[in-house]
Design a protein around this ligand. Structure first.
Ligand code: IPE
Ligand code: IPE
Ligand code: MG
Length: 233
C-alpha cells in the first residue's frame, strides 16, 4: 500500500546550469514535473502527495531567487487551480506559512479554502517547511496546553506529539523520493519519516517524468517493511 508519497524535488539549479540557463529556469521547468506527479498520483489512487517546495533553510538563498520561487508559487496556483479543483484535488500546505510573502500566502489560502471539501488526492505543499521547525512548533503548542492546564506532562507521548504536527490527520509517508543524486533528507518530515522507505535517483527534478515515478513505486513495492518486527520470516 502506498498511501502517502513524499518528494524532495531537487536539482532544478543543476538542470538549468547544464543547459547554460539561469537557475530560475530550472524552477520554471519544475512545473511540468509537478503536473505529471500530481496526475499520476491521482490516477493510481495515492491519497497524499507531499512536495517539498521550499525549506526553512532555503530563505538563505539570494533574494532574487527566493522572490522568483514565491512568484512561481502564485503562478502555479493561478494556472492550475481550476484543473486541480476539477480533478477533486485538495490543496494543503505544511510549514511556517506566516513567513511567506503576502501575495503567495493569500493565493495559497484561497486555493486551500476552495478545495477544502475535495475528496481526491491531498496535494500537500511543504513551504517554508523544516522538520526541526515543525517539531519545535509542536513542542511549543504542547507546552502552551500544559501551561493552560488542558494537558499535563504525562500526556506527552508519541501520539500527542504527532497530533501537534502541522497536519495531524495525514499518515506518515510510506515512500520518500529524492531526485538529483543527493542522499539526504535536508530537514524533510523528520518526525514522520521514522519508518519511511527512501528512494534516491540521479534524475534531476525537471527531468522527472511518469516513468521515473513508476520505477520508484515499483521499487517500493518490492520492499518488505518490517517496522522493527521480524516480518513473517
Ligand atoms: C530544488 O532545486 C528546488 C528548491 C530547493 C527550491 P535546487 O534549486 O535546490 O537545485 P540544485 O540542487 O541547486 O540543483
Ligand atoms: C531540499 O533541497 C529542499 C527542497 C527540495 C525544497 P536543497 O537543495 O535545499 O537541499 P540541500 O541544500 O542540497 O541539502
Ligand atoms: Mg538543491
Amino acid at each position: 500500500m502506498l498511501t502517502h508519497l513524499g518528494i524532495i524535488m531537487d536539482g532544478n539549479g543543476r538542470w538549468a546550469r547544464s543547459r547554460g540557463l539561469p537557475r530560475i529556469d530550472g524552477h520554471k521547468a519544475a512545473e511540468e514535473s509537478i503536473h505529471e506527479a500530481v496526475e499520476y498520483c491521482g490516477e493510481v489512487g495515492i491519497k497524499y502527495l507531499t512536495l517539498f517546495a521550499f525549506s526553512t533553510e532555503n530563505w538563505k538563498r539570494p533574494k532574487a531567487e527566493v522572490s522568483f520561487i514565491m512568484f512561481l508559487l502564485s503562478r502555479f496556483i493561478k494556472r492550475n487551480i481550476d484543473d486541480l479543483d476539477r480533478k477533486d484535488v485538495r490543496i494543503r500546505a505544511a510549514g511556517r506559512l506566516d513567513d511567506l510573502p503576502v501575495k503567495p500566502r493569500s493565493d495559497l489560502d484561497a486555493a486551500i479554502a476552495r478545495t477544502e471539501s475535495n475528496l481526491g488526492l491531498n496535494l500537500i505543499l511543504a513551504l517554508s517547511y523544516g522538520g526541526r521547525a515543525e517539531i519545535v512548533d509542536a513542542v511549543k503548542r504542547l507546552t502552551a496546553d500544559i501551561k493552560a492546564g488542558s494537558k499535563s506532562v504525562t500526556d506527552i507521548s508519541e501520539e500527542s506529539i504527532s497530533s501537534s504536527m502541522y497536519l495531524p490527520d495525514v499518515p506518515d509517508p510510506d515512500l520518500i523520493i529524492r531526485t538529483s543524486g543527493e542522499k539526504r533528507l535536508s530537514n524533510f518530515l523528520l518526525w514522520e519519516s521514522a519508518y519511511s522507505e527512501l528512494y534516491f535517483t540521479d534524475t534531476l527534478w525537471p527531468d522527472f517524468r511518469r516513468k521515473h515515478l513508476q520505477e520508484a513505486i515499483a521499487d517500493y513495492e518490492s520492499r518488505r517493511r518490517r517496522f522493527g518486527d521480524i516480518g513473517g520470516n
